[in-house]
Design a protein around this ligand. Structure first.
Ligand SMILES: Cc1cc2nc3c(=O)[nH]c(=O)nc-3n(C[C@H](O)[C@H](O)[C@H](O)COP(=O)(O)O)c2cc1C
Length: 502
């Protein structure tokens, strides 16, 4: 192709030049051809890109189309039930709820409900009355001095760094208005999280915000921040579903001077939080750390978040709680299908237990060890609608966190650019220009409405199932596929269907 390009290019250049001199035709065309020839020459000499060496100018189209492939897919190819990780239908639902506009759909379901993987709720012919109050649940086990009354739906961990300053402020203000909590993510507690909303402060392996110069846990800094009135709960991050066993990743492009200062790291470098904690390295140490944080925070609820991998390890941790007679106030179970700002594909696609079996497993172990009544279970894994909340509760969660649902409420369009600093909606970027597109006053209202309308939808489903309390929900209200098998029967062959909660 190179040969044809230069033969044709030089011929075209000479012809247009001749036309210019003899017939006084504009000099722009030979000039453009000359520029293309120079670019072509440079590309055919470079050694990094084979496509550009072989197709010195046409090769650029491949990069252009590759760059806009997600948009082409989303705008022209995707059907309403397609789209990954979230379908167009799911995204639209979140947008409509966030805008507080009609979120009904016309003409009936588009799902093929005769497939064996179809599942739905077994409604009652005697529906209960819909509760218009949004459900809450108290978190705080026997050792907690400052129990917290949490909403059933809250904002899952997403750091400042991963999300923009405006996004964090809008989330926090929305949380304040709707009286639910906002998890800081592992990037530390910043002024943008302290806009009046309740906060769960997450402590990751980087200990950002409570870190010594060597990068270890700093008890003094932790005590100071954890005792702030906005901090309602503390979450130790063991792992996250999208990259369990890897640790956080903040790409260099998003590590601005401001973020580096907050985290105490070097700006414009990729920040990899270590995969494991230095404050502990086994189950015994983890439970001691829970006790230490509870004491330093003056008895606030302390829990940990993990994506389950080796099931015996979770069992060991639970046995350690019994041994030390020290129970975390909550455990957050994250599914491997969870979201992230940036993760290696091997980790996103190939590590960790998905949400459903993980939640069922964790709940089962807690019941078996007779400690379920001391610990709240928080579920996070593609919670986006009232249906997914009910489903998580049926499988053993007491309450839920949503990350990407709230990102949609901020205007995220699933452009899949969180790791590039080019998020077009200003949600997951540190680019000040892009961030300006996200207007805090408008988006905080959307965060508020998304939470309110989603929980109201969950209340409606609860009533449709003939139940008046979330404590009455278990796997038996769900059916799956044409066998109409109960989820409970699928997952609990030993018929352990009833979940004892406190
Ligand atoms: C942009 C982004 C940043 C995240 N940052 C963190 C984090 O700092 N700490 C953490 O534990 N989880 C983090 N997560 C994971 C979420 O908190 C959540 O566990 C996961 O995405 C599953 O919830 P979802 O399906 O509602 O998104 C992040 C997720 C996203 C999308």
């Amino acid at each position: 192709m190179r040969k044809q390009f230069f033969t044709f290019g030089i011929a075209a250049f000479l012809m247009t030049l001749a036309f210019h001199f003899f017939f006084k035709i504009s000099s722009i065309i030979p000039l453009v051809i000359a520029v293309l020839l120079v670019i072509g020459l440079m590309n055919s000499l470079q050694q990094r890109h084979a496509i550009l060496r072989n197709f010195p100018v046409l090769g650029y189209f491949r990069y252009i189309f590759e760059g806009i492939a997600p948009e082409i897919q989303q705008y022209f190819i995707e059907r309403t039930t397609d789209g990954k990780p979230f379908s167009r239908n799911e995204r639209s639902l979140a947008y409509q709820r966030a805008k507080n506009i009609d979120a009904t759909t016309p003409f009936g379901t588009q799902l093929d409900i005769n497939q064996s993987n179809y599942e739905g709720i077994r409604h009652s012919v005697f529906p209960a009355k819909v509760n218009h109050e949004l459900p809450r649940i108290v978190v705080g086990g026997p050792d907690c001095k400052q129990p917290y009354s949490a909403s059933l739906l809250n904002i899952s961990a997403m750091s400042f760094g991963s999300l923009s300053e405006n996004a964090i402020i809008a989330l926090n203000k929305g949380a304040q208005k709707g009286n639910f909590y906002h998890n800081t993510g592992e990037g530390g507690l910043t002024e943008f999280h302290l806009q009046g909303g309740d906060v769960t402060w997450q402590i990751g392996t980087g200990y950002f915000g409570c870190r010594t110069d060597e990068g270890n846990f700093d008890a003094e800094k932790f005590t100071e921040k954890s005792n702030l009135p906005s901090v309602k709960m503390i979450e130790i991050k063991l792992s996250q579903g999208a990259k369990p066993g890897h640790g956080g990743v903040l790409p260099a492009s998003k590590n601005t001077e401001q973020i580096a200062k907050i985290r105490g790291v070097k700006p414009h470098t990729t920040i990899l939080s270590p995969p494991s904690h230095t404050a502990f390295n086994n189950a015994e140490g983890l439970i001691k750390f829970v006790a230490q944080l509870r004491e330093l925070s003056n008895g606030k609820p302390v829990g940990f978040k993990l994506c389950i991998g080796q099931t015996n390890e979770f069992e060991l941790i639970c046995q350690e709680m019994i041994l030390q007679n020290c129970f975390p106030d909550f455990v957050t179970i994250d599914g491997a299908e969870g979201g992230t700002g940036a993760a290696p594909l091997e980790f996103s696609d190939g590590v960790g237990m998905p949400f459903e079996p993980a939640l069922i497993f964790a709940n089962k172990i807690l019941i078996r060890l007779n400690i379920r009544d001391k610990i709240r279970v928080i579920g996070s894994g593609k919670i986006i609608s009232g249906y997914s909340i009910l489903r998580a509760i049926a499988m053993g969660a007491d309450m839920c966190n949503s990350a990407r649902g709230f990102m949609f409420s901020l205007g995220c369009i699933q452009a899949l650019r969180c790791n590039t600093n080019n998020c077009p909606t200003g949600v997951a970027t540190q680019d000040k220009m892009l961030m300006k597109g996200l207007v805090v006053t408008d988006k905080s209202e959307r965060v508020f409405y998304y939470h309110k309308n989603t929980l109201h939808a969950a209340n409606e489903l609860l009533a449709a199932a003939g139940k008046s309390s979330y404590n009455e929900i278990d796997g038996s209200i769900f059916m799956r596929g044409d066998e109409f098998a109960h989820l409970a029967d699928l997952y609990f062959p030993d018929n352990l269907t009833n979940v004892t909660k406190y």
